[in-house]
Design a protein around this ligand. Structure first.
Ligand code: PGA
Length: 258
């Protein structure tokens, strides 16, 4: 199914930014305003937990997401936040297995348990996967397939509609340039095939697959058009309102810009 017939999804991963509640308010105000004018694009903001309440509130144009979650339901886990808590405050999405968390020691098994906790709590899991090195021989394909399978190990067919995949080649995160759109397209075909083999083509035809890694308003149109993606997971640009607002317009209009 051509991805262009689906609604687009743009998820902003604020990471550990900004420093102040004033700045967070300013960012979300501008993003909500821009998101309210879109017709074909859903927008999610994933701020640090302490700013989550700013995304909720009167305008429903931006959904709330979290950047992480703990796999257990409740109990003596100092510093952690559960999927039930996130669901209760009105969050709808949770990023899981971001490469920055995997680099801090998060394993595929931990990712799988978090994904299970999130989808069974009624939230959507944004499952991040991606290779460290993109060599010409394609040595990354098999490990990537294994990473996808391991990350979704606890997701049954019933819950697969609560999953969004985010393909983020690690070398393209926080980089100067994004991945070549033609290569993004190859990777989308590969990931769709892996998911179809796991769950069946029908089950995954509406599952959004996002690209992430140095996306901005200059390259978004090209990646959207040639990369066959359903949207983006955006890091740096998501806390830079002028650029992010422009990016949202490009995605919603589906046109490439210089
Ligand atoms: P970036 O980050 O857009 O700043 O490259 C993407 C991400 O880490 O999700």
């Amino acid at each position: 199914m051509p991805s262009s017939s689906k609604r687009k999804l743009v998820i902003g991963n604020w990471k550990m930014n900004p420093d102040s509640v004033e700045e967070a308010k300013r960012i979300i105000k501008e993003v909500k305003k821009a998101a309210g004018n879109l017709s074909k694009t859903d927008v999610v903001a994933c701020p640090p937990f302490v700013f989550a309440h700013l995304v909720l509130g009167r305008s429903g144009s931006v959904a709330l997401g979290a950047q992480d979650v703990f796999a257990e339901e409740r109990g003596s886990y100092t510093g952690e936040v559960s999927a039930l808590m996130l669901h209760d405050i009105g969050a709808e999405y949770v990023i899981i297995g971001h490469s920055e968390r995997r680099a801090m020691g998060e394993t595929d098994e931990m990712v799988a348990r978090k994904v299970e906790a999130v989808v069974t709590a009624g939230l959507t899991a944004v499952v991040c996967v991606g290779e460290h090195v993109h060599d010409a021989q394609g040595a990354y394909l098999e490990p990537l397939k294994e990473q996808i399978k391991a990350s979704l190990a606890k997701v049954t067919k019933k819950y697969v509609k609560k999953v969004v995949m985010a393909y983020e080649p690690i070398w393209a995160i926080g980089a100067k340039d994004a991945m070549d759109p033609a290569v993004v397209q190859e990777m989308m075909i590969f990931i769709r095939k892996v998911l179809s083999d796991m769950y069946g083509q029908g089950e995954v035809s509406s599952l959004p697959i996002l690209y992430g890694g140095s996306v901005n308003f200059r390259n978004a149109g090209d990646i959207l058009e040639k990369g066959d993606v359903d949207g983006f997971l955006v890091g740096r640009e998501s806390v830079n309102p002028p650029g992010f607002v422009e990016l949202l317009k490009v995605v919603d209009g589906g046109v490439a810009r210089e």
